[in-house]
Design a protein around this ligand. Structure first.
Ligand SMILES: Nc1nc2c(ncn2[C@@H]2O[C@H](COP(=O)(O)O)[C@@H](O)[C@H]2O)c(=O)[nH]1
Ligand SMILES: [Mg+2]
Length: 311
C-alpha cells in the first residue's frame, strides 16, 4: 500500500508539474506584452484545452480592435461603423450625428471610472440613437464592399494565418461584434478569411425594397456591454459547436469577456484581452476580466502559439 501511495503522489506531482510547464514551453507567453494574473489557472485551462484536442474547441472573437488592429503607429484604426461613414453616398446629416454621438459616447466606453451598470445604460442609448440616425441612409452593401477595398482597417498581423489554420482544423469561429455586421462581413471577405467555419453575429442593416435603410434587423441591438446576454440561435452553427466544450475567447473590451456566457456546455474558457487605451487605468479591470492580457500587442502571436499545440 505504501508504495502505491508514493507512486500516486509522484504521478499527481508530475502531472501538476507538466501542466505548469505550459507557460514555459509556450515561450511567447513570456513576451513583455503578456500579463497573466493567475498563472496556475491559465496553465490548467491551456492543459485541458490541449489534452481535449481541436475537436473539442471553438473560438469566439470580437471584431473591432480585436481582429482588426487597435492602432498602426499610434493612428487609431477605423471601426466597422467608421467604415460605413467613409462610403460616398453617406449623408452629411448622418456624418454629423454619428460624429457627435461617437464624440459623446466613445470616451465613456473606454473610461474605466464609469460604473459598469451606468455605462451599460449609456452604451444601450448610443446604439439606439445610431439605430435612429441610420434610418433613411441608402449606402448599399456593394458600396460598403468597394469602400472596404480602399479604406478598410488592417487585421492584426497573423490573423489570416490563424484563420486559415482554424479552417484547416475545422474549428468553429464565431465573430461576435457590436459593430456594423455588414462592414464586418465585407472586411472578412476582402481579407479572404470568411471561411466556411466562420460565422458572424452582429448588428445587420435592414433595407426596404428600394434599398433604403430602415434601421437594424436584430433586436435587442448588440452593444459593447450586453454580449453576455446573447446565445446563438442559428441551428446549423449550434450543431457545429454542440460537442465543443472548450472556448478560446478574444476581445478588446471588458464586455467581450462575457461573449461565451451563452455557451452553457463550456468546460474550459481561455480569455485573451487586447489592451491599448488608457493602459494604466484599464490594466486591473482587464486582468480581472481576461486570463491573458496583451498590452499593445497588434498581432495574433499569442493565440497562434497556444493553438499551434493543437494543430
Ligand atoms: N466610429 C464609430 N464606432 C462606433 C460607433 N458605434 C459603435 N462603435 C464602435 O464599435 C465598437 C464595437 O464593435 P466590436 O466589434 O468591438 O464589438 C465599439 O468599440 C464602438 O466604439 C459609431 O457610430 N461610430
Ligand atoms: Mg472590439
Amino acid at each position: 500500500m505504501y508504495y502505491k501511495q508514493i507512486f500516486k503522489l509522484l504521478q499527481v506531482c508530475s502531472c501538476k508539474n507538466m501542466s505548469l510547464n505550459y507557460i514555459q514551453t509556450i515561450e511567447e507567453l513570456n513576451n513583455p506584452t503578456v500579463r497573466i494574473k493567475n498563472k496556475e489557472n491559465v496553465n490548467n485551462i491551456i492543459a485541458n484545452i490541449i489534452s481535449a484536442g481541436k475537436d473539442k474547441l471553438q473560438v469566439i472573437s470580437d471584431f473591432d480592435r480585436t481582429l482588426t488592429k487597435q492602432h498602426e503607429n499610434g493612428k487609431l484604426h477605423i471601426s466597422s461603423f467608421g467604415l460605413f461613414c467613409r462610403c460616398p453616398s453617406i449623408s452629411q446629416k448622418y456624418l454629423q450625428c454619428a460624429k457627435g454621438l461617437s464624440k459623446k459616447y466613445y470616451p465613456i466606453e473606454v473610461d474605466p471610472t464609469v460604473p459598469h451598470d451606468e455605462k451599460k445604460v449609456i452604451m444601450k442609448q448610443w446604439w439606439s440613437e445610431i439605430n435612429e440616425v441610420i434610418k433613411g441612409e441608402t449606402v448599399s452593401n456593394k458600396e460598403i464592399a468597394e469602400t472596404t477595398i480602399k479604406e478598410g482597417p488592417a487585421l492584426r498581423d497573423g490573423t489570416v494565418k490563424l484563420f486559415d489554420d482554424l479552417n484547416k482544423a475545422n474549428i468553429p469561429v464565431l465573430v461576435f461584434s457590436a459593430g456594423l455586421g455588414d462592414s464586418v462581413l465585407t472586411i472578412l471577405k476582402h481579407c479572404n478569411i470568411l471561411h466556411s467555419n466562420v460565422k458572424v453575429f452582429s448588428n445587420f442593416l435592414y433595407y426596404n425594397e428600394d434599398g433604403v435603410i430602415q434601421g437594424f434587423k436584430n433586436y435587442p441591438l448588440i452593444h459593447v456591454l450586453n454580449k453576455n446576454e446573447f446565445a446563438i440561435k442559428d441551428v446549423k452553427y449550434l450543431n457545429f459547436i454542440k460537442e465543443r466544450s472548450n472556448v478560446l475567447l478574444m476581445g478588446d473590451s471588458p464586455g467581450d469577456s462575457g461573449m461565451a456566457d451563452g455557451v452553457h456546455h463550456a468546460e474550459n474558457i481561455l480569455k485573451i484581452g487586447f489592451l491599448y487605451d488608457n493602459l494604466e487605468e484599464n490594466l486591473s479591470t482587464f486582468m480581472d476580466a481576461f486570463d491573458i492580457v496583451l498590452v499593445d500587442d497588434q498581432t495574433m502571436e499569442i493565440p497562434q502559439a497556444i493553438l499551434n499545440k493543437l494543430f
